[in-house]
Design a protein around this ligand. Structure first.
Ligand SMILES: [Zn+2]
Ligand SMILES: [Zn+2]
Length: 247
């Protein structure tokens, strides 16, 4: 585990930004070089940064890219711990895009299971909010039990389900009991749950339930801003907003 114990202080959590894209993600800005990311992270007093580029193609050379990023940075960076990971794809029930040899070489394995906007993602047969809740829970169960994941990216929040008009339909459909059970399964298998700052702000009602139930269960939360630009690296700039949502 990246955090030795569960932290429920948002200011303390915001010293770890565990979801940052480098220029090796095509959706990220070209300015996202490792040296600029580290420079910015130092200014923000971050302790740990995880580089999590998208792994959306089987022939994507994530390990080679990460090694090249390591070479680009000078050895004088002692203050900030950098984890060279990936945002991996659990694109269906028991379906993982990354070969296990790739998975094992990563410092940090952040998994998305709800990138439904990508054309290779599996959809449920029943494309209603209930269908997506059940499908999501099935993917998560298979992923958590596989031992592949360190953390789940932007869980539950359906901003990626582009076939449904209202993005909160899926989270409103999800029962507290279902949420508690899956969070508990993650805890049992040492899988952390992301506080994705964008997703939290987009669905504040659900964010509060997730936070409350997660604390009750005793899960480990990881904060991530899903930064694609330098200006989004500092999680502290949204902590006050998060506090208002979660109070
Ligand atoms: Zn994502
Ligand atoms: Zn991301």
């Amino acid at each position: 585990m990246i955090l030795k114990e569960a932290i429920y202080d948002l200011y303390e959590l915001s010293k770890y930004n565990l979801h940052v894209h480098s220029y090796n993600s095509s959706c990220a800005r070209i300015e996202m070089t490792i040296s600029r990311i580290v420079k910015k992270a130092k200014k923000c007093d971050l302790k740990v940064v995880a580089i999590t580029d998208h792994y959306n193609f089987r022939d994507f050379d994530i390990i080679g890219n990460n090694n090249r990023l390591k070479e680009e940075i000078s050895n004088d960076n002692k203050e900030i711990k950098i984890l060279y990971g990936a945002e991996l794809s659990a694109y269906g029930v028991n379906k993982f895009l990354d070969p296990i040899e790739v998975n094992e070489k990563l410092d940090y394995r952040l998994y998305s299971y709800n990138h439904y906007h990508l054309d290779f993602w599996e959809h449920p047969r029943d494309q209603t909010p209930r269908g997506y809740v059940d499908h999501g829970l099935q993917i998560l169960t298979s992923l958590i039990k596989s031992g592949r994941a360190d953390c789940i990216a932007h869980p539950f929040i359906g901003r990626f389900i582009n076939c449904l008009a209202d993005k909160t339909l899926v989270t409103r459909e999800m029962r507290d009991r279902e949420l508690g059970d899956i969070l508990e399964l993650g805890k049992k298998h040492n899988v952390a749950w992301e506080i994705n700052t964008n997703a939290f702000l987009a669905d504040s009602e659900f964010a509060k339930r997730y936070w409350e139930i997660g604390k009750e269960v005793g899960v480990t939360f990881h904060m991530g801003t899903d930064a694609h630009r330098l200006e989004d690296i500092d999680p502290r700039q949204v902590v006050d907003k998060l506090m208002l949502i979660l109070k």
